[in-house]
Design a protein around this ligand. Structure first.
Ligand SMILES: [Cu+2]
Length: 180
């Protein structure tokens, strides 16, 4: 029994992280749950020092809406360009009702679920990555977008303030590693 459980967990994890075009973000969009026993894969609530900071935004893109849905996901990579550290506190997207920062966790039974995550730190140790199967921006109430369009938005940082971002609508992630 134990072997079976471990195997299914590993399979689910790979499925969620394998860059499948039908990423779990969209198909599970209605299944936001919280308060369950889970493995925490993302930074907990954190605080960063007040100060000057500049950030660099790369690889910002958004998936076309799944047919008949008004929820989609967007991704971005944030690097600290100067300063000690910063905190991404939220995001806005033009025309969207709201944007939430989400992550996935694996529950005790091996199921991957997504949930809202707290503000995320970016420091000099490496980029803060939003990517399929991991952190993502959940975009609610935006009129459907299609491959090739661009959508304007804003990332909100504690130290760097409001930083404009353009999300390219595309089915596949931008190439790696150059875009990161
Ligand atoms: Cu989500």
């Amino acid at each position: 029994m134990i072997r079976t459980a471990v195997f299914s967990s590993a399979t689910l994890f790979l499925a969620a992280c394998g860059g499948s075009p039908e990423a779990a973000e969209e198909t599970n969009a209605d299944r936001h749950e919280s308060g369950m026993a889970e493995t925490r894969l993302y930074q907990p609530e954190t605080e960063v020092a007040q100060g000057e900071a500049e950030v660099e935004i790369r690889a910002s893109w958004m998936r076309p809406h799944p047919q008949g849905r008004d929820v989609t996901s967007a991704y971005v990579v944030v690097r600290l360009a100067s300063g000690e550290e910063d905190l991404l506190t939220g995001a806005r997207i033009e025309g969207a009702e709201r944007v939430e920062m989400h992550g996935h966790t694996m529950s005790a039974d091996g199921a991957m679920r997504m949930h809202e995550i707290p503000p995320q730190r970016v420091g000099s140790e490496g980029p803060l990555v939003f990517t399929p199967g991991g952190r993502h921006l959940m975009v609610f109430g935006l009129a459907p977008v299609s491959e090739g369009e661009e959508v304007a938005g804003t990332l909100v940082f504690q130290n760097a303030g409001d930083v404009p971002v353009t999300f390219a609508v595309r089915n596949m992630p931008p190439g790696m590693p150059n875009d990161y």
